[in-house]
Design a protein around this ligand. Structure first.
Ligand code: MRU
Length: 351
């Protein structure tokens, strides 16, 4: 059941098919794709129909159900090898977001050793994972908002809302909660080149919620801070290493450097499924390189001088020392480091 400030879903399991809101078309068109084939879902993840680390993890969980249904129907006794191939393809669709690998591993574990038809158990697990993500976001919303003093302005980067998660959002969930508690005087969103997740998606979500938002070009963020308009930068993450280094949308690192220089606090909001204790530091996180065309064109129109190349890393690494707080559903790690992350993950068991 949707609650206040949470009316958007990026993925819906309905009548045995997975429906994905095509985020490439937003905000101009709201088009739902209906998928019943796991390989098509892997392509949709790679092609940015659905994006955002938790959202692609949940989508992959539903895709595993589609795979098991088809593979088990084709070969009730020999379905596992083809199912595993499908899982590997899903996990490889985008390399930086660890939630994708995490969700695939969850589904692999549910299927392992199961006798008979694996579909009911896998569907139950996917729905549970989806519900748990929304609950985690609600909890993080409360924990993160509590760190923000009344009268603050905030800046966010990329889209971390309902579209990027199971619902409600991570960093955008904190902004929703802080707004509901009347703590915020202003919300700013970087437009977030090249995919414009801020301009197209974050603004769309906030406008629908009646939360005023001002967009700025990514290069204006340092100047915004210099003018004293924001007290917090609040972002999500695609992977947090064991030492607290944070991978997130390209441009996050620049925002963190500028924030520290201007005395603006920097908050990272992510569920524990984003924390990868097997990766010791940010230098070991794979950074997805995306096609040059995404930079050379805008909305399908070429904008660059013909003949120019492009360098297009989709993510960057913000070192832990630039982060003031990592907010998870398990609790908050202030001034994160390896010891703080280990304590967080040990306290509630490493689920
Ligand atoms: O390339 P995207 O749009 O998938 O990148 C998304 C981000 O970088 C988000 O900040 C991150 O996944 C956290 S979403 C809750």
């Amino acid at each position: 059941m949707h609650q206040e400030n949470d009316c958007i879903r990026a993925m819906v399991w309905q009548d045995g098919v997975l429906r994905l809101l095509d985020q490439r078309r937003l905000p101009r068109q709201e088009i739902w794709l209906e998928l019943d084939d796991c390989a098509a879902v892997a392509d949709a993840i790679r092609d940015m129909v659905v994006r955002g680390a938790p959202a692609i993890g949940i989508t992959a969980a539903y895709a595993a159900v589609l795979s098991a249904r088809r593979r088990h129907a084709d070969s009730p006794h020999g379905w596992r090898a083809a199912f595993e191939t499908d899982l590997e393809r899903l996990a490889a669709a985008r390399p930086t977001a660890v939630n994708l690998r995490w969700a695939v591993q969850r589904m692999r574990a549910v299927a392992a050793g199961r006798k008979g038809d694996p579909v009911p158990a896998l569907l139950e697990a996917a729905i549970a994972l989806h519900r748990q993500d929304i609950a985690a976001n609600r909890r993080m919303g409360e924990l993160g908002a509590a760190l923000i003093d009344a009268g603050s302005g905030v800046l966010t980067h990329c889209n971390t809302g309902s579209l990027a998660t199971g619902g409600y959002g991570t960093a955008l969930g904190v902004i929703r909660s802080a707004w509901a508690q009347r703590r915020l005087t202003a919300v700013y969103a970087d437009e977030t080149r090249p995919w414009l997740q801020g301009a197209r998606l974050t603004a769309w979500e906030l406008v629908r919620d009646g939360i005023p938002v001002d967009l700025l070009v990514d290069g204006a963020a340092a100047h915004l801070m210099k003018e004293g308009r924001v007290q917090w930068v609040v972002v999500g993450s695609d992977r947090i290493a064991a030492n607290g280094d944070v991978a997130n949308k390209i441009g996050t690192y620049a925002a963190a450097v500028a924030a520290r220089h201007h005395g603006v606090k920097f908050m990272v909001v992510a569920p524990s499924s984003t924390i990868d204790m097997s990766t010791p530091g940010g230098d070991r996180i794979p950074i997805e390189q995306r096609p040059a065309d995404e930079v050379l064109s805008l909305a399908g129109q070429p904008v660059a001088a013909p003949g120019a190349g492009a360098w297009n890393p989709a993510f960057d690494i913000t070192p832990a020392e630039l982060v003031d707080a990592i907010v998870t559903e398990r609790g908050v790690v202030q001034a994160p480091d390896a010891a703080g992350m280990a304590r967080l993950m040990a306290e509630a068991g490493s689920g």
